[in-house]
Design a protein around this ligand. Structure first.
Ligand code: AMP
Length: 574
């Protein structure tokens, strides 16, 4: 029974017309943030909401403000609610959502943002939109020109307040909040609540109700169905690794996240230089440049958007097939935000992370916080790449067969059929077609944790390091722990000895150390050298290249249930 199911929304005190719209939208139950924020907002209270995108927060603030406008005599024909958002994309998105939620009430909603023709905005504002969704800069422009009247504003919402601050809108926010009537209601939503946000809340919110929603509170179904994989690669091979991933995955549209503007520019150059259709997007671009890039992306003229977190926030791109993290974001929230860009609307999405060996620890942390598994997989090999290319060529052949118009080609087959078997001719044609898709050299990309110092050594012309790989379903597994004296020394690797402050008396066996190191650092156990166990301590040889990672990882964990001292061994090398 619908009414029973929607008891949730009705029970929050929402107008039945709004509830009916929610039914049409297929919302069955309020999300946690909606359950907690809607009643106080309807009652006119201020709210400080600690919630990220994907939790249903737009409806949480939109429904009450719509209801308040509908319920108030004389609220029509002037701006009654002002919602501030960080980007124009978000302004459009939120305006669409608010319009949808309020469609049964006939309330006018207007997005206002920079870059839009001001004349059209002025006309729309003069016509009296009850809800204005604006970016802070443009809102302040209008306020200063007296084209946006705030005297009747009863509700102000700051959406993604942390982002607005990150984008440098602090002054605009202060000015706007000073300009609205002191009696208005204020709701502030932010994915993170750093001191600066708390400061704004303290200055501009009155006795707010605090609502904090963990990411776990995200809307079921809105949480994307995302396949999450990570590849461990050395910094020097990251561009190659990304190219390999792109060649194998063949995304229809992908967003690649970088940490900095410089990285965005460099990576964009590197990828376009290799023939990918990529464009960069970051805060250093003008609005026109941004618009141009977005237009190209929407028109399908580019396949890859390389962006910083801030620039990507609120981007209105439908159906990203892939999100790639060119690095591991240090905050799990940022990771969640990034991968939330794919797998929308029930589609399957793919999130691929390139992690440097030292970033392995961050992946673990993200897994812990998100309670989701990120599969650590080897980079696709050249053989994988070729197999995928053949699959795609076969699919293209099927399409060509379906679309017909093959007469001209059939004539060639007839001519060749006199010389060779038709299946051979088809195979040769397929080979040519597959090779035509080949765009660059194909070489294996080394995996750092498995082949320490491989590059340095091969450059020096000495022998290659031994490789003992165990691959199960594309995942690296540490091999079974071997006993003392196992892997004497690897003369081809520079090894450093690790001191571990627990030994025989603590019940430590070589397998415990191998297991701890292999699991925590995510390296193959064959990378671990000789192990000596004394009464009170142990010494373990590990490749010098990863010793810092090993130390960091072991310091963050326990061995046999205990925290132990871990450092470089200072003793003499025997
Ligand atoms: P938001 O956090 O506002 O960006 O919302 C995330 C997604 O959840 C949007 O696609 C909403 O349409 C959807 N959504 C919001 N509230 C509900 C609900 N109560 N039930 C189902 N979906 C919802």
């Amino acid at each position: 029974m619908h009414t029973e199911k929607l008891g949730g929304f009705t029970g929050l005190g929402l107008d039945e017309r709004l509830v009916a719209t929610l039914t049409e939208l297929g919302y069955e139950e309020p999300t946690p943030i909606q359950r907690e924020a809607i009643p106080p907002l309807l009652a006119g209270r201020d709210v400080l909401g600690h919630a990220a995108t994907g939790t249903g927060k737009t409806a949480a603030f939109a429904l009450p403000l719509l209801q308040r406008i509908a319920a108030q005599e004389g609220a029509r024909g002037h701006t009654s609610a002002l919602v501030l958002v960080p980007t124009r994309e978000l302004a459009m998105q939120v305006a669409d959502a608010v319009r949808t939620y309020g469609r049964a009430l006939g309330i006018r909603v207007l997005p206002v943002y920079g870059g839009q023709a001001i004349g059209a905005q002025l006309r729309a504002l003069r016509n009296g939109a009850e809800v204005v969704i604006a970016t802070p800069g443009r809102a302040l422009d209008h306020i200063r020109r007296d084209t946006l009247a705030l005297d009747q504003v009863r509700t102000v919402v700051l959406d993604e307040a942390d982002e607005m601050l990150d984008m440098g809108f602090a002054e605009e926010l202060e000015a706007i909040l000073e300009a609205v009537p002191a009696t208005r209601q204020t709701a502030l939503f932010s994915a993170t609540v750093p001191p600066r946000i708390r400061g704004i809340a303290a200055r501009h919110l009155t006795d707010p109700v605090h609502v904090a929603i963990a990411r776990d509170g995200a809307v079921a179904g809105a949480v994307p169905l995302v396949r999450q994989t990570a590849h461990i690669v050395a910094r020097t091979h990251k561009v190659d690794a990304l190219a390999r991933v792109l060649d194998v995955e063949h995304p229809t549209s992908a967003l690649v996240f970088c940490r900095t503007r410089t990285e965005v520019d460099e990576l964009t150059d590197a990828l376009t230089g290799r023939g990918y259709r990529a464009e960069g997007l970051h805060g250093g671009l003008s609005q026109e440049q941004r618009d141009r890039v977005m237009k190209k992306m929407r028109a399908g003229a580019i396949d890859l958007l390389i962006a910083t977190d801030v620039a990507a926030r609120g981007l209105d791109i439908e159906h990203l097939s892939h999100v790639v993290n060119y690095d591991v974001p240090s905050a799990p929230e940022a990771y969640v935000h990034r991968i939330g860009r794919t797998g929308r609307a029930g589609r399957e999405g793919v999130a691929i992370t390139l992690a440097e060996p030292r970033e392995h620890r961050l992946l673990r942390n993200i897994e812990r916080v998100t309670k989701q598994t990120i599969e650590i997989a080897t980079l696709p090999s050249v053989a994988d790449l070729r197999a995928r290319r053949l699959e795609r060529t076969a699919a293209a052949v099927r399409d060509a067969l379906a679309s017909g118009e093959l007469d001209a080609y059939r004539a060639v087959i007839h001519a060749l059929a006199g010389e060779r078997d038709v299946a051979d001719i088809a195979a040769a044609a397929l080979k040519l077609a597959a090779n035509a898709r080949r765009t660059r050299d194909e070489v294996e990309i080394p995996s750092p944790a498995l082949r320490p110092n491989a590059e340095r050594r091969s450059e020096a012309g000495t022998h290659q390091p031994r490789e003992r790989r165990e691959r199960v379903d594309g995942r690296w597994r540490a091999g079974p722990p071997r006993e003392r004296g196992r892997a004497q020394r690897h003369p081809e690797w520079e090894v450093t000895r690790l001191f571990v402050g627990a030994g025989r008396k603590a019940g430590i066996r070589p397998g415990d150390l191998v297991g701890a190191i292999a699991n925590e650092v995510g390296i193959d156990s064959s990378a671990i050298g000789a192990i000596e166990i004394a009464d009170r301590f142990s010494l373990v040889e590990v490749p010098d290249e990863i010793i810092e990672d090993v130390i960091t990882a072991l310091r963050g964990t326990t061995i046999k249930g205990k925290r132990v001292t871990v450092r470089r061994d200072l003793g003499p090398t025997r």
